[in-house]
Design a protein around this ligand. Structure first.
Ligand SMILES: CCCCCCCCCCCCC/C=C/[C@@H](O)[C@H](COP(=O)(O)O)NC(=O)CCCCCCCCCCCCCCC
Length: 214
């Protein structure tokens, strides 16, 4: 499964997560969503079997993009400004989805949980043996993160789709960052930034008791 010439590189996609964090340790939503857009593009290139996953991710990215380009775009510049704006205006359903079913806070929470999966998956890919199974790494990362929030039917469909993933070396190749060694090195550079974005978001959501939004 060779990377197509001219295919985009995952290096730039992951760099978006580096660009997210400001000196004040705020998370900029523009690059955050751009990072997710790139990941979805990459996922689409892996085959139609993943389209139920990318569709859900796109729906969530679009919800956020409409806030970020809407009338109140200033309030949606950073994760921190979004949380304080939505909470102070009562725009977040805290108990059950009703008048604000698609708040920015609950939508980002879903992507935030998926970012934990991404972190575990990339760490697994980076440190696994050359002949390791990508689908096993992906299943383990999923079971240790997102699976806890998904109903049985979604968990089943996800694990079936993971079986279609190429071998570790082929996967590193489609990332289009050079040979396997270069890809591993790039992951080592990118992961601290993903961890950082995840950590800042987790702390902010914990402080405001937003980790279980319906
Ligand atoms: C490389 C293989 C990619 C595997 C992706 C692993 C994630 C599996 C997620 C399965 C989600 C299935 C779709 C349904 C989701 C929703 O039910 C559920 C809850 O939403 P709701 O509260 O609005 O109902 N949604 C979610 O949890 C959000 C899921 C977002 C998934 C984004 C995944 C993007 C993956 C990008 C892969 C890029 C790989 C790059 C690696 C080098």
């Amino acid at each position: 499964m060779a990377a197509a010439p001219g295919a985009f590189s995952l290096r730039e996609v992951l760099a978006a997560f580096q660009a997210c964090v400001t000196e004040q340790r705020e998370v900029l939503l523009g690059p955050y969503l751009q990072g997710w857009r790139g990941l979805v593009r990459f996922l689409n290139g892996l085959g139609a079997i993943f389209s139920f996953i990318s569709k859900d991710a796109v729906t969530k990215i679009q919800i956020m993009e409409s806030y970020c380009s809407g009338e109140r775009r200033e309030e949606y510049r950073t994760l921190q400004s979004m949380v304080s704006y939505e909470l102070s205006r009562g725009l977040v359903d805290l108990q059950r989805r009703s008048s604000h079913p698609d708040s920015g806070c609950r939508t980002i929470l879903r992507l935030h949980r998926a970012l934990r999966w991404l972190q575990l998956f990339l760490e697994g890919l980076r440190t696994a043996r050359q002949d390791a199974s990508t689908s096993a790494i992906c299943t383990d990362s999923y079971n240790a993160s997102l699976a806890a929030y998904h109903p049985w039917v979604v968990r089943k469909a996800a694990v079936v789709a993971f079986c279609a993933l190429p071998s570790r070396d082929a996967f590193l190749e489609v990332m289009n960052v050079g040979g396997p060694e270069e890809a591993v090195e790039m992951l080592g550079d990118a992961l601290p930034h993903i961890r950082d974005v995840y950590g800042i978001t987790q702390e902010l959501y914990e402080q405001h008791c937003l980790l279980n939004l319906p």
